[in-house]
Design a protein around this ligand. Sequence first.
Ligand SMILES: [Zn+2]
Length: 434
Amino acid sequence: MIYPPDDSITTLSLGPESLPMRKINTRNFRLATRSTPREVNRRIVLNLIREYQPISRAELARRMQVHRGTMTPLVRELVESGVVFEKGTAATARGRRPTLLCVRTRGRLVVAVDVRPGRSVIALADVSGHVLARDAFDTPDSPAELPELLATEVASLLREHAPDGVEGCQGLGIVLPGMVDRKTGRLIYAPRLGWRDVDLRSAVAQRVGMRCYIESAPIACALARLWLEPDATRAVNSFAYVSVSDGIGVGLAFNGEMLRGEAHTAGEFGHVSLDSSGPECVCGRVGCWEAMACNSATVDRYVERLTGNVQPRNGTAKRAARGAIRPGIDEVVRRARGGEPAAVSALVETGEHIGKGLALVVNAFNPGRIFVGGEITAVWELLEGPIRDALAAGTITDRTRATPVVPDSAPAEYRLRGAVALVTAPGYAALAVG
Ligand SMILES: [Zn+2]
């Protein structure tokens, strides 16, 4: 049988909530020994089906370089367990019509939660990240209130949209604007929420009665690129995912695995200062990338251009200023799409600031590609030019200047898809061998 070469296997503990996850490279694996756990081979077959679906058994055997007889029992197990299903037929030159294998998504549900300052979003999605229903709720001031609140929200969502209730759900994924210790499930620090060192995962799992996964939003979004978008990642397993929302976070994937750092702070580019005379940041410093390019910075710029008034820069005054005249980022994006000059120019400047920060990411990490997620990517045509110019100005070789920068295809749901990936990825990830 087959398993990935050593450099694409990671050692995993078996607690599902704490699995480090490495993507199996479906273009580079080799025959396994007899002692290889059956589960490893099963996962390789599952990954191949996921990546190349719909795929016939003959094509699968060809890609695995094994006889069909070796592969058949593994496929049968996957079909019997309901993870894979057979659909339709494919015409062949000789006229035989084999059934095709696909990964089952229907009826396999995930609860996804995107926690943000102010309002959070909860959604019911299938395992491929397709959102079926969503609702919003006020983010509590204290993290201690979150488990009870989520229990109520989950119950109401399942009552309306999931006939099998908790039984039909694979788990609950939560993305947060902060650093998370993946092993312990503790939220280390979320500056914009003011939450620090709290054991959210077990508290929520206990209260909701469902397996729970929590992760920093940009890391979860990068996982979604790895696990929910097979086409996009065929060519690139080393990339940066930049989430532009209330803050800016960067998730770094290297050879199909997330880079987290010794203290779970890898990718914290958001608080690198780009301008010593820039606006004050929530972290207390001045001119941070995040303070220049996050959604509230864009809205501030827009309001300034519209009214001629400089917006208050410190947090308290800004909260007080949030009133009738201050639109949300979606509204600024909408007005930019309609060609309103103040909105267009505010977003063009946001593009410049994003590009300056991307140059930092490229110089530090040299990713094969950068994905940008956020509400603002709905006007990518305004951002792309300034982003590319600033990236070119801030990097030093032709190759790094040419780093592809690609908007996430789901501006309204990119973080929810990240939350879904937290739940589904462990089922596909590489297992340790021997
Ligand atoms: Zn900062």
